[in-house]
Design a protein around this ligand. Structure first.
Ligand code: HEC
Ligand code: HEC
Ligand code: HEC
Ligand code: HEC
Length: 195
């Protein structure tokens, strides 16, 4: 039989480990209580207040409809053309840069001259190989202008209405009695009107 003192001495290391674990547990619990945001975990593993904070952020972007309410002339042209699905804000700027509380607060940026070419080619440049031809028609520059038989410093908006790119081309073809999209030189007389 062993003396009881020996038994107690033999167990102290277990006791020490237990004390360390308890201290760590209490410290961890305290740290959690102090550091965790109050709404954490209300709905899931995130801060419930974050949802409300995001909802309170002022809107920067709006729909084309919201622009068209104040721009009836653009509305007629834009909705009738092939760019009707393209967002006004992509080519101009965010709604909030122009309108606040229903009123004009600043001029909306408008691309002019050379900037227009850069803008158009952002979407229509054949160099962007990842973009499927079936979704957006691509052109290569300066081939596109050489094919039309014009100088290569022509700007896109000299032939394409920016808000309805085929408007003038269709009107010109109709006025000259040409078919929608002439396939051969025999069908279309003027070189720049051929595709
Ligand atoms: C509350 C009415 C209203 C709304 C909504 C509105 N606009 Fe305007 N916008 C105006 C008025 C008025 C002007 C002319 C004021 C001026 O020239 O400074 C104007 C001017 C413009 C101009 C011409 C700027 C220039 O320098 O010639 C552009 C481009 C424009 N708006 C685009 C947009 C777009 C894109 C949207 C939607 C994101 C939009 N607008 C929404 C009222 C509005
Ligand atoms: C594909 C790009 C593009 C889209 C989409 C677009 N715009 Fe424009 N917008 C332009 C460019 C470029 C000009 C300048 C045209 C020029 O100088 O020939 C312009 C000019 C304007 C002007 C000024 C009119 C003028 O000629 O000075 C207004 C107003 C305008 N846009 C409103 C709108 C609204 C509203 C929408 C959406 C329904 C819209 N735009 C969509 C590119 C675009
Ligand atoms: C944000 C992307 C975007 C920008 C910027 C843009 N376009 Fe477009 N464009 C489109 C989409 C989408 C269509 C409709 C799909 C199609 O027909 O290729 C289209 C159609 C066209 C078409 C008709 C193609 C056809 O034969 O059906 C022409 C021409 C055109 N755009 C010219 C322009 C010009 C010129 C500019 C610059 C003022 C411009 N685009 C800027 C996206 C864009
Ligand atoms: C000299 C006039 C002219 C100029 C300048 C011009 N285009 Fe065109 N573009 C045309 C004609 C004409 C078509 C054929 C439209 C048709 O088939 O109905 C065309 C067709 C297109 C198409 C459709 C291509 C396809 O495969 O159907 C796109 C996209 C286009 N142009 C973009 C541009 C861009 C971007 C610029 C400026 C860098 C530009 N164009 C400059 C006359 C021009």
């Amino acid at each position: 039989m062993q003396p009881s003192g020996f038994r107690a001495k033999h167990n102290t290391h277990v006791l020490r480990v237990l004390i360390v674990l308890v201290v760590l547990g209490v410290a961890g619990g305290l740290a959690r209580a102090l550091l965790l945001p109050s709404s954490f975990g209300k709905y899931g593993h995130y801060r419930a207040d974050a949802v409300r904070e995001e909802m309170r952020r002022p809107l920067r972007n709006m729909t084309n409809e919201s622009c068209l309410a104040c721009h009836p002339n653009i509305k007629k042209i834009h909705l009738a053309g092939v760019h009707r699905t393209v967002s006004c804000e992509v080519c101009h700027s965010a709604y909030a840069d122009h309108i606040a509380e229903g009123k004009v607060v600043a001029k909306m940026p408008v691309r002019r001259g050379e900037e227009i070419r850069t803008l158009c080619l952002r979407c229509h440049n054949r160099i962007i190989r990842a973009r499927p031809k079936e979704s957006i028609k691509m052109i290569a520059m300066p081939d596109h202008l050489e094919q039309k038989g014009v100088r290569t410093d022509h700007l896109c908006n000299q032939c394409h209405h920016v808000h309805a790119p085929l408007k003038w081309i269709r009107e010109a073809r109709a006025a000259m009695g040409l078919p929608e999209r002439p396939q051969t030189a025999a069908e279309g007389g003027v070189s720049w009107m051929r595709d």
